[in-house]
Design a protein around this ligand. Sequence first.
Ligand code: RIB
Ligand code: CA
Length: 310
Amino acid sequence: MTIPVLLDCDPGHDDVFAIWLAAGHPEIDLRAITTVGGNGTLAHTTHNARVVCSLAGITGVPIAAGADHPLVRALNPAAHIHGANALGGPRLPEPTLDTDPRPALELIRDTLDAATEPVVVIATGPLTNIALFLRSFPDRTGKIREIVWMGGSTGRGNATPYAEFNSWADPEAAAAVVAAGLPFTMVGLNVTHQVLATAEVLERIAAIGNRTSAFGVELLRFFNSTYEVAEGMPAAPLHDPVTVALTAVPGLVQTVHTRLDVELTGTETAGATSVDLHGTLRRPPNAHVATNVDVAAFWRLLEDAIRTLN
Ligand code: RIB
Ligand code: CA
């Protein structure tokens, strides 16, 4: 029985691999893709989603554009990591796929309404679209099986010393989604920094030998170059597809059920994810937080998925 998934993303180099893993893994039934401003402007993230779905031959998956800015803060793209167009590196071929005429919130609504069973919502960007959807369609929450988010960290941040980018970009959205009380899983930097796009990884992906893998290697070369400069990491962490791997293969990512709160008012800490791993605050647990990943199995999953694409 495949798992119905809606993917909300801000492609973004690592978002692309989340799209490809969701489209290529046999256990995942990718029903829809929605885009959000984050790594780049909404125009760029939406265009990039169309490009990488067209290139990989992913058809029958509607792509709809969502929020072009966070709930209350200004959009702050990560051009230093993802480039000016949010997908720096290779020349982007003209997409053959168009966007769906519906705005993202309507596509999410219709996807949930059409599903005969609850849908897993995977979010790999700021949670703006998901927060807006829960606010606009509270009567649909019963059709969401779980929200799996790449964001936050049990430790240090990357956008600021204490805040991870997706959480920092729209902390109000993250706090609202957590507060909604739906089954919520957070895959943070403490785990995604274990899946690094090393030279060996690039060699294995290049050896797949299809158009998707060749494009993917060019993306990773760029991503590695900017991570080297920005973070002193010669191999970039491929954050976003870990959420898809967690969904596709139970146990591949270990989680603990614990307390998660998002800092909103800190001058230096806005967007920090406070994960109370030891129950210090004695608050009821409200999230499943990732603590470890089977790194070798993750890469096998991703390479096998890319192998199924164009
Ligand atoms: O901090 C990493 C996250 O921020 C990833 O989702 C990356 O794509 C960026 O959106
Ligand atoms: Ca992302």
